[in-house]
Design a protein around this ligand. Structure first.
Ligand SMILES: CC(C)(COP(=O)(O)OP(=O)(O)OC[C@H]1O[C@@H](n2cnc3c(N)ncnc32)[C@H](O)[C@@H]1OP(=O)(O)O)[C@@H](O)C(=O)NCCC(=O)NCCS
Length: 185
């Protein structure tokens, strides 16, 4: 099982970032992906509220911003409005691909407002987030949870080289299962 995992051909993080830039130039040339500022967090919370059933106390967003701000990105539309975000956390945990305790980049939440989807903003947010987890925070792996019914997000993560490593039964408040997906960095 371990051998199969390490032999899987995945795009490198550099290749992913390059592809994100190309995709943005072709599909969302007037949008910007940039590190979040403290002033963006209110918009991030609003986007989370309308995009996902998983909400958090406001302090949680600010805490992730304070601790892991270099891996907290926003997408901004041509009018300057924040329309998407990714927030991450760095954790010491047993690796899925390497044994013993490693630094892993946990994708805690990502969302793009409905009317701005399908322009590669989700891909680009993920690309910047995982590039930062690898380079700024020296993470060796990245992982996330996703609803088993969330096909758009599952497709996105597969495209980025994540694979399902576990099913977390009844992970969500409404009882839905989660796939735990991970990739080495
Ligand atoms: C998941 C989400 C962030 C994707 O953002 P997006 O900007 O629309 O995605 P992109 O345009 O970058 O798409 C990248 C890839 O994701 C997959 N994808 C995105 N939308 C899809 C859809 N509606 N159906 C199937 N696959 C889809 C495709 O593989 C796509 O690659 P392609 O363009 O080559 O086909 C967005 O749908 C969203 O915010 N959903 C609600 C919040 C959510 O579910 N977050 C994830 C929680 S784990």
């Amino acid at each position: 099982m371990d051998d199969l995992k390490t032999e899987t051909k995945r795009p490198s993080i550099e290749e992913i970032l390059e592809e994100a830039k190309k995709r943005l130039a072709a599909e969302a040339a007037d949008y910007t992906i940039r590190p979040a500022t403290r002033e963006d967090i209110k918009s991030v919370i609003e986007i989370n509220m309308v995009s996902l059933p998983e909400h958090y106390p406001d302090e949680f967003f600010y805490e992730l911003y304070e601790h892991y701000g270099k891996a907290f990105y926003v997408a901004v539309d041509p009018s300057g409005r924040v329309v998407g975000y990714i927030m991450n956390r760095v954790e010491w945990k047993p690796g899925f691909f390497r044994h013993f305790i490693i630094r892993s980049g946990h994708v805690v939440s990502i969302a793009v407002l409905k009317e701005h989807r399908g322009k590669s903003l989700g891909f680009a947010l993920m690309a910047h987030g995982i590039h930062s987890m690898k380079n700024n925070y020296k993470c060796e792996e990245t992982y996330l949870e996703v609803r088993v019914s969330n096909q758009p997000a599952i497709n996105l993560y597969r495209k980025l080289g994540y694979e399902v490593v576990k099913v977390a039964r009844g992970y969500y408040l409404d009882g839905e299962d989660a796939y735990v997906m991970a990739r080495p960095l």
